[in-house]
Design a binder for this molecule. Sequence first.
Ligand code: PLP
Length: 316
Amino acid sequence: MKNRPTISDPYTDPNTYPPGVAFLDDQYVPVGAAKISVLDNGFLHSDATYDVVHVWQGAFFRLDLHLDRFFQGMDKLHMSIPYEKPQVTEILHNCVAVSGLKNAYVEFICTRGTSPTFSRDPRDAVNRFIAFAIPFASVASPEQMDRGLHVAITDVVRIPPLSVDPTIKNYHWLDLVQGLYQAYERGAETAILLDTNGNIAEGPGFNIFMVKDGTVLTPDYGVLMGITRQTIFELCQSLQINCSAQGISPLELGAADEVFITSTAGGVMPVTNLNGKAIAAGQVGSLTRRIKDHYWRLHEQQTDRSVVDYGHASGL
Ligand code: PLP
């Protein structure tokens, strides 16, 4: 065969991947060795659901909420896996423990899978479960966290809820990726997409918040019900800060006192420039800072932590 791949080939070389541990087909493997069939409908049709939870200083944060969202997503998509929540919990803990990572990005996925006849009927497919733990990843770099992200409101419309239910965490990302390219062309670092009413929706991997006159607002339509978003609601309630979900127009976002985005991948991330214009004089807002600090302090609360037992990890 011509052009035979060698070990330095980017498609086969495990060194091309971040370090980490994956679980699939009842085995724990180095993340670079975790492969699925090209015939899997998760790959061919984005027919999959997934979730991402993070591990911070050796403990999962709000794992139960992520598990609930994942199992609800599978139900809505008529998918099932041979594991209940306690078994998935054990698998995720094992991936992290074996990896040794104290701060980790942990993703778990159910794909439609495939059928021996390559049938078009999704009911014939055998669903597949995959999980992996890699080093903690953030939407914003440390520099961007410090000075605030520069974001563009694009004219890309997020896939509407009538087409794909956004409460099912999914891989329909072509709109988000198009948005990213549009943002880069405009000199921004990430993108905001609109909903079908022309209001602010969400961005690639995050929900959007604004602060106006001391009130925290976030879109209520056409977005993933982010676990970080939910945490912000609860946190604002405990800090007696008004927080609500409602339609937000691009003009309203542009006139905000502060803007921040939220994701399991990064937590609370400040935005200081929108469409080339400074927000709050280009400084990270004081309420954003307060919410961010409280968000990370919550990680010390026993009720939200699920501690990883690194001592009992079995090897690969
Ligand atoms: N919106 C989208 C499209 C996402 O992909 C994500 C996370 O990946 C979020 C919002 C934020 O959700 P969470 O806070 O649960 O990470």
